[in-house]
Design a protein around this ligand. Structure first.
Ligand SMILES: Cc1cc2nc3c(=O)[nH]c(=O)nc-3n(C[C@H](O)[C@H](O)[C@H](O)COP(=O)(O)OP(=O)(O)OC[C@H]3O[C@@H](n4cnc5c(N)ncnc54)[C@H](O)[C@@H]3O)c2cc1C
Length: 430
């Protein structure tokens, strides 16, 4: 694995750092305190759209080859990629390995970590196709990729897309989804509910996973693009979350929502070509997005580490030399865990960039990183004392933000099962 960053990635980190200081952290803090996501009509989003930020992300989503969509990954996918591609000519797919160019997925992970350092909630609310991009890139026909990702080329106004798998009775066990899809002539009729779908209330379109027959289990899964304004699509509520409040997480219903046959991702041929292909597409999406979500927690943990380091350097009482030494030792420990977490995330992305299956690596980094970040925040809070629990400081917010990441994109328990299956085989690890 080549760990040297190319110039485009370095530039993207600088760009996201500048955005982070000026916008992401203050807006994230404001959203947290007001208990209100950043409004879709906020001038910050308009400014980003006009600057071409969103258009750059959309271009990358379309130009990647099919083995390499993972760079579209993540809650911040479009955003990370958008930010990560300011340089001309950086739209080509990553080299298979060993080349100078940083792979798209690796770049997405590295840039996302920097964004989450400033504010993970605000990072996820940046306009772009976001979590909707990987399934369209992975499963869609070339026409669908152009049609759905192409709209993000506009500089006129900010746009979002979303991904909806989770249902009231199907979270970890996605094979149990109940959203029904029935074919009726040239249309599909979708009926059911989705919950905890990030940015779906403001999205131009949402990738909705449904089943043609729950009895078929995984074999019945299909992915549809449901567009804003389609009759029967109703947002039920915006969730009041404990953390990452800057972006909206919504529940919605589809009530006999009619979707053109052209909105079935990949067309019918895609699903008949191989068994369980719809379910497999969802799993591949998770394998692309998990390293990004996992590295977000590392970014937050690094912020906590830096807060405590600065406290030790600048605010620690001069006479407390032993306490300072002890604090530094604890900081070294958490820094090591954060670095391990980041390497696991980069590795999972690098395997994806090579076009190889990365299910084990994606689960391993998602399993490891949020607890490492939570530990970092706890240690930092212990070092800074009362500033660690005060509402007007960041540490208590970061603890709430990271806990959300321990659940979204698959819980720790579920990741553990995936890694175990890879270790000793699916039959023994049931
Ligand atoms: C911030 C955030 C954003 C999200 N964004 C999206 C989104 O954009 N789109 C989307 O579709 N979903 C989204 N989700 C939903 C998320 O993917 C689910 O919350 C997650 O998969 C867990 O499902 P659940 O909440 O129903 O928990 P459950 O599946 O009900 O699990 C409850 C508990 O049981 C444990 N458990 C479940 N099954 C097993 C098992 N087999 N073995 C051991 N333990 C088990 C779990 O680990 C957990 O501790 C988001 C969630 C969060 C928190």
């Amino acid at each position: 694995m080549n760990l040297e960053l190319d110039q485009a990635t370095k530039t993207a980190i600088e760009m996201i750092r500048a955005l982070g200081k000026e916008y992401l952290r203050p807006l994230g803090m404001e959203a947290d305190r007001l208990y209100r996501p950043i409004p879709a009509d906020h001038s910050f989003f308009q400014m980003l759209a006009e600057s071409g930020f969103m258009a750059r992300g959309a271009a990358m989503g379309r130009d990647e080859d099919r083995e390499n969509e993972a760079g579209a990954a993540g809650a911040s996918s479009g955003q990370a990629k958008a930010a990560s591609k300011p340089a001309a000519g950086s739209q080509q797919p990553a080299k298979k390995s060993g080349g100078k160019r940083t792979g798209n997925a690796v770049r997405g992970v590295i840039v996302s970590e920097e964004g989450a350092y400033w504010d993970r909630g605000a990072m996820v609310t940046l306009p772009g196709p976001g979590l909707g991009a990987p399934p369209v890139a992975k499963m869609g026909t070339p026409e669908q990729r152009e049609r759905f990702l192409g709209i993000f080329n506009t500089r006129e106004r900010p746009l979002w897309a979303a991904f909806a798998m989770t249902e009231p009775s199907a979270g970890s066990d996605v094979a149990r989804i109940q959203m029904r899809a029935r074919k009726d002539g040239d249309e599909w009729i979708l009926t059911g509910q989705k919950m905890f779908s990030s940015n779906s209330a403001r999205a131009e379109w949402v990738v909705v996973f449904a089943t043609i027959d729950p009895e078929l289990g995984r074999a019945g899964h299909r992915a549809f693009v449901v567009e804003k304004g389609m009759p029967g699509f109703e947002v039920l509520r915006i969730e009041a979350k404990m953390g990452v409040k800057a972006y909206e997480t919504a529940s919605f219903a589809l009530d006999d929502c009619r979707v053109p046959a052209d909105n079935l991702l990949g067309s019918e041929a895609y699903y008949s070509a191989r068994a369980n292909r719809g379910f497999g597409g969802a799993m591949e999406t998770f394998n692309a997005t998990r390293p990004v979500v996992a590295v977000h927690s590392i970014g937050i943990g690094r912020a906590a580490h830096d807060r405590a380091r600065d406290f030790v350097a600048e605010e620690f009482p001069a006479h407390a030399a032993r306490r300072r030494r002890r604090a530094l030792e604890r900081l070294v420990g958490i820094r090591r865990r954060l670095e391990i977490g980041k390497l696991l995330c980069v590795h999972a992305a690098a395997v994806n960039d090579e076009g190889k299956p990365n299910g084990r690596e994606a689960a391993a980094c998602k399993l490891y990183s949020p607890p490492a970040a939570l530990a970092a925040i706890q240690v930092a809070a212990g070092i800074v004392g009362e500033a660690g629990v005060r509402h007007d400081q960041y540490l208590e917010k970061w603890a709430r933000d990271v806990k959300m990441l321990d659940i979204g994109e698959g819980t720790q328990q579920v990741q553990r099962r995936i890694v175990a299956r890879h270790l000793i085989g699916p039959d023994i690890a049931r």
